[in-house]
Design a protein around this ligand. Structure first.
Ligand code: FDA
Length: 497
């Protein structure tokens, strides 16, 4: 409540925030988590908590009056539709040169993401987090994160026979015929549940087009893993539909945190102030960067250093589709959960996810989300009373060039062409977006080597903002493992004097 005092306040309930809350609570510290999105624990009038990707309704987007689907067009037609303005689950946040997709609600990105749970190859780790001891990460923290998240891998024998991965088998065949390494990719979706969906003995979720706006079944989101365990300690409280707007030093020690309570149409019903001994920034790369850049510029946290806002990257994300021949159908029934990829990182700087296109009809399309070694980095800055990001669309060109090292070759081998109808009219590359924002408060630069912000003791960054722009694979396992590493150190050194 207003005027309260808490030992630890966590801003955001995604991966970094959930790890922090669980470990602090287990160490005996009472934790209050503030989340701007909704709780996502109550069904709507249709009996479902989440809406399907094929039928976006009021629950789909964060405070938009029209959907902004990552694939904006299909067969020449724009597919976005009008929706009521509501605190929906997926935020398509527009900056001048890029749209950044993020989850909103208790569970953060775990509510909307594909669940692909990928540990980077050990030989690539030095470039991902240069100041972090790789032995510790691969011996202790990656295994701890994978266990905590409930990561599992598809049964290869089932993969080979089930209708819903026909698209991925076509992806495998085309990768291998062109000499590219095909790999299975772990995921947090319950693979046994998916088998039951396919067998008709469980309510369909992955096989019913659910993913981007939440899964009603099957997916082990943070609500089912870290946050469930955190709540079970009895020491963690979560306030959904509350947004942190300010953090500043309190006169009696600790920090004053200003919090707005939101309505489901985005209005502010109350402004509350609490004090906290320690504050953990876990609002995601963009959310944490925006807060810190504003708080430094407005003088609320004047001692933050000049690294705040820097080192932001898009994990090299770029999307494309290929048009297959009639003898390579990708299937009318497609699981929304990706399970495989093309790992050409060493040779070409690309890890391409073989992605589903779950339209419910046969499209003969192969669809890919590539993670590339794009070297470009953006910076957040404060101007005109708001935070901007200086990213430019042209900065995706290195990512496109890298993705072409795979898909030009596959097209030439198969005698196929790129789809030009998915991102606009005659547009091949989905270069306008990222699903994987990273950086903005980089480890060992804006913070010390464990996420303590310079200049203000008791303030920590513990989310994707710490990672300098690229993880070589999908990022949430690395975000989780780094949070496990940092919170262990922080509890031992700062909370047990
Ligand atoms: P995260 O974004 O998870 O959580 C931050 C939370 O803070 C949010 O809930 C937000 O609402 C809240 N917040 C922000 N500002 C606030 C404020 N001022 N006050 C209060 N609360 C605030 N990754 C992967 O590894 N595998 C995958 O398959 C995918 N797929 C994928 C698909 C899609 C569509 C998206 C959008 C993303 C992915 N990702 C992914 C990316 C992954 O989801 C992402 O990297 C993590 O969720 C980031 O974790 P964080 O802990 O950094 O923040």
């Amino acid at each position: 409540g207003n005027g309260a005092h808490v030992p630890a306040l966590v801003i955001g309930t995604g991966y970094g925030g959930s790890v922090a809350a669980l470990r602090l609570a287990q160490a005996g510290v009472d934790v209050h988590m503030i989340e701007m999105g909704m709780a996502w624990d109550t069904p709507g009038s249709d009996g479902k908590i989440f809406c399907a990707t094929t039928a976006p309704d009021y629950r789909s987007y964060w405070l938009r009056t029209k959907t902004k689907q990552p694939l904006s067009n299909f067969l020449g037609f724009p597919i976005d539709r009008e929706i009521p303005k509501y605190t929906g689950i997926l935020d398509a946040e527009d900056f001048s040169g890029i749209t950044v997709y993020q989850g909103r609600g208790v569970g953060g990105g775990s509510l909307v993401n594909g669940g692909m749970a990928v540990t980077p190859r050990r030989e690539n780790f030095g470039a991902v987090l240069p100041s972090v001891n790789a032995d510790e990460m691969y011996n202790v923290y990656y295994p701890r994160a994978n266990t905590g998240l409930g990561v599992g891998t598809i049964d290869p024998a089932w993969f080979d026979t089930t209708d819903c991965y026909q698209f991925a088998r076509v992806g495998r065949k085309h990768a291998q015929r062109s000499g590219f390494p095909f790999v299975f990719v772990p995921d947090v979706y319950d693979w046994d549940y998916m088998k039951r969906e396919a067998a008709g003995t469980a309510t369909r979720s992955a096989l019913a087009g659910e993913i981007l706006y939440g899964n009603n079944h099957g997916k082990k989101t943070l609500q089912h893993t870290y946050l469930a365990r955190a709540k079970a300690t009895g020491r963690v409280n979560i306030s959904p539909l509350h947004r942190v707007t300010s953090v500043s030093a309190a006169s009696g020690g600790g920090y004053t945190v200003v919090i707005e309570q939101l309505t489901t149409s985005g209005g502010v019903t109350a402004t509350k102030t609490v004090t906290a001994d320690r504050v953990f920034f876990a609002a995601g790369s963009v959310g944490t960067s925006k807060l810190l850049v504003k708080l430094k510029a407005t003088g609320a946290l004047p001692n933050l250093n000049s690294e705040v806002g820097k080192g932001w990257g898009d994990n090299g994300n770029v999307m494309c589709g290929r048009a297959n021949h009639m003898w390579d159908p990708t299937g009318a029934l497609q699981s929304t959960i990706p399970c495989s990829g093309i790992d050409n990182w060493a040779a070409g700087g690309v890890f391409a996810e073989v992605a589903p296109l779950p339209t419910g009809i046969e499209t003969y399309a192969s669809f890919y989300l590539s993670i590339t070694k794009n070297p470009n980095r953006g910076q957040f800055s404060w101007s005109g009373g708001k935070v901007d990001l200086n990213w430019q669309t042209a900065w995706k060109q290195p990512a496109i060039d890298m993705a072409k090292t795979i898909f030009d070759k596959i097209n030439s081998k198969e005698g196929t062409i790129y789809r030009t109808d998915l991102f606009g009219t005659y547009k091949i590359w989905g270069d306008h977006l990222t699903y994987h924002p990273l950086g903005g408060a980089v480890l060992n630069k804006a913070t010390d080597n464990h996420g303590r912000l310079h200049g203000h003791p008791g303030l920590y960054v513990i989310d994707g903002a710490l990672i300098p722009g690229n993880t070589s694979v999908n990022p949430f396992v690395t975000i989780t493992a780094l949070a496990e590493r940092n919170i262990e150190k922080i509890i031992a050194a700062d909370l047990r004097p």
